[in-house]
Write a protein that binds this ligand. Structure first.
Ligand code: C2R
Length: 182
């Protein structure tokens, strides 16, 4: 009997998002749900693309320059407090030897998206490898180099948030319809 009740309550918990009200999972007072960290202010023009995409889904993002190499304490402080402040997805963007996204994944249980940037004579290949080649257990979902990756980081973060927010799920579905010419 008790087992039945427990499994009933589990299946209730496991129900799809269609049962949650619009805005479920939204941070209080429209607080940012995505944290975008940049290794340098020089990365800002490219990474504005991520924020712009998130805006189209109605998702607030906060953007911060913090380098795992130059300001490791700032990155640690951000990563270890983000979840309790309502952040649901972290985006780490950096060029050259890009350790920022990995440092975020090491210090937070939130999903981390890494954007490798073209910031050296190697054209971003250095950043791509250092972002993607994480050791098992410390995942960074790595997108393409540069502006395309910045945009996809926004779309991917929206897909993650759509799992718990009906309004974002609706916008995602509309966007996919438009993209497919439906
Ligand atoms: P500057 O333009 O400030 O000299 O930075 C930045 O993301 C930038 O693309 C040059 C490049 O260094 C990168 N950087 C990293 C990290 N911090 C800064 N890869 C890091 O922590 O991984």
């Amino acid at each position: 009997m008790a087992r039945k009740a427990a499994s009933r309550s589990e299946s209730r918990r496991a129900r799809p998002r269609a049962e949650s009200p619009p805005g479920a999972g939204r941070s209080p007072h429209g607080a940012p749900r995505v944290g975008i960290l940049l290794g340098s202010a020089s990365d800002l023009p490219v990474m504005e693309n991520a924020r712009e995409v998130l805006k189209t889904y109605g998702i607030e993002a906060e953007l911060l320059v913090a380098s795992a190499h130059r300001n490791p304490e700032k990155v640690r402080e951000y990563a270890t407090t983000a979840e309790r402040r309502g952040i649901r997805v972290l985006i780490g963007a950096a060029g050259m030897a890009a350790h920022l996204a990995g440092a975020l994944a090491a210090q937070s249980a939130l999903p981390v998206i890494g954007v490798p940037l073209d910031g050296s004579p190697l054209g971003g290949l250095d950043a791509l490898l250092s972002t993607a080649q994480m050791p098992p257990g410390v995942p960074v979902a790595t997108v393409a180099i540069g502006a395309a990756g910045a945009k996809n980081a926004g779309h991917l973060a929206a897909r993650i948030i759509a799992l718990e927010d009906r309004e974002v799920a609706k916008r995602l579905s509309e966007f996919r319809d438009r993209q497919a010419g439906r």
